[in-house]
Design a protein around this ligand. Structure first.
Ligand code: 3PG
Length: 320
């Protein structure tokens, strides 16, 4: 694993939980998830066969992230790390287990859902904690409230998350990655229906990225022409106009460029819940990026895909 496992979890954005009693199923589950775009899996250590499942997933996907979950103590953490676990997820804050993982340079995500528990995790040098059971504890409302005093902490919510209710978590900036067993549906696992796991993974990735139309960028020869274009557009639809360094916006739909920029005609911006995750998943599908733009806070606000379509450059932008 060349990249830091924790950073990769953030980019993948989804952490499927695998809870199987038949270790021979671990490898096909991991492969099906990977085929659907998710190169990460958390094998929960909840029965005697779990470590074998972990080892099988590890062997099947040497380049994916394979971690151990439900790790209660140092002994379990040690066994999992010895078998090649890239990360450890623990149900609660056990300082001994956390410090052991740290000495083994293995990222650890402990469950911490109260201010006191989050304080303990922070004192141990952690800024990512598991938030379980997320739905029962108040979902994103609770996460937002806790991030008032703990703005530097991000969470991995699990517990009751599914394809139908995952969007608010995917949109929430405090969510580091979202996890759950919904990505490995028990009926599909029991039936050995690996295609169903792949298609669930694909749907979850799509929902997490939340691609939607952002705006159309029109290349104008001069700033005056751009201003006039944005104003005309805004007048028709009673939108506001807004000037930024390189352009004038007419509402949020049209960006008139002050001078010709990327694309023969202009550009099409596709908005996403997360630039970081969108770049990861698109690169994984073979697309490359040629230009990135950050705002003055250092946050990425545009990422141009190398491909142009129909004379338009394509860039990702953040959903607001
Ligand atoms: C966990 O340990 O994180 C939970 O079992 C996951 O909850 P879920 O099965 O509702 O996704």
């Amino acid at each position: 694993m060349s990249e830091n496992a924790l950073e990769l979890i953030e980019k993948i954005g989804l952490l499927p939980l695998v809870n199987v009693s038949d270790p021979s199923k671990a490898a096909p589950i991991a492969q099906a998830l990977s085929k659907g775009g998710i190169d990460a899996i958390e094998v929960t250590l909840r029965d005697a066969t779990a470590l074998e499942s972990l080892a099988n997933a590890r062997k099947a996907l040497p380049n994916a992230l394979v971690g151990a979950g439900s790790v209660h103590n140092v002994a379990d953490a040690e066994r999992a790390i010895d078998l090649g676990a890239d990360f450890i997820v623990a149900p609660g804050v056990d300082p001994e287990t956390i410090q052991f993982c740290q000495t083994r340079q293995t990222p650890v995500i402990p469950g911490a859902v109260t201010a006191t528990e989050i304080e303990q995790a922070r004192a141990l040098g952690l800024s990512v904690v598991k938030f379980f059971p997320a739905d029962i504890l108040g979902g994103v409302k609770a996460i937002n409230a806790l991030r008032g005093p703990f703005a530097d902490v991000r969470v991995v919510p699990t517990g009751g998350i599914n394809l139908d209710n995952m969007t608010p978590y995917a949109e929430n900036k405090g969510v580091y990655a979202l996890g759950g067993s919904f990505l490995t549906p028990s009926a599909a696992v029991a039936a050995g229906d690996w295609d169903a796991i792949t298609s669930t993974a694909e749907r979850a990735v799509d929902k997490m990225l939340g691609f939607t139309m952002g705006h159309v960028g029109v290349n104008c020869p001069t700033a005056d022409v751009a201003r006039a274009a944005a104003e005309e557009f805004a007048e028709i639809f009673r939108f506001n106009t807004r000037e930024i360094d390189i352009s004038f916006f007419g509402g949020s739909a049209v960006e008139a460029m002050k001078k010709p920029s990327f694309g023969e005609h202009g550009h099409i911006a596709i908005a996403t819940n997360s630039m970081k995750r969108a770049i990861h998943h698109l690169e994984r599908r073979g697309y490359s990026f040629r230009f990135f733009k950050n705002n003055d806070k250092g946050e990425m606000i545009a990422a141009y895909i190398t491909n142009e379509i129909g004379g338009f450059a394509i860039h990702l932008c953040v959903k607001y």
